[in-house]
Write a new protein. Structure first.
Length: 88
């Protein structure tokens, strides 16, 4: 049961995020399906897009891990933004 719950929570979070994003896009007067299609085509449709996505995501992931590591140790890392700017 705990394994199912652990797997279900991230899936539901992604579905909720996509749904809320679609609502916001539609309220803006745009087509949510076309917006998500453009996002997919630009970021994930081919190897070059995947490479660019990973290139842009890596500093964000590393910055997040740095802050998470400090939080896990019971500390507060106030330099996360500066580390991201200098490191990227």
């Amino acid at each position: 049961v705990n394994l199912l719950r652990a797997a279900l929570v991230p899936v539901l979070a992604v579905v909720l995020a996509i749904t809320v994003g679609a609502i916001i896009i539609e309220l803006s007067g745009l087509n949510a399906f076309e917006a998500y299609r453009a996002l997919y085509d630009g970021a994930l449709a081919d190897r070059k897009g995947i490479g660019r996505t990973l290139e842009k995501a890596t500093p964000l992931v590393m910055g997040g891990l740095a802050v998470a590591f400090a939080f896990k140790a019971g500390l507060f890392n106030i330099g996360g933004q500066g580390q991201l700017v200098i490191g990227a």
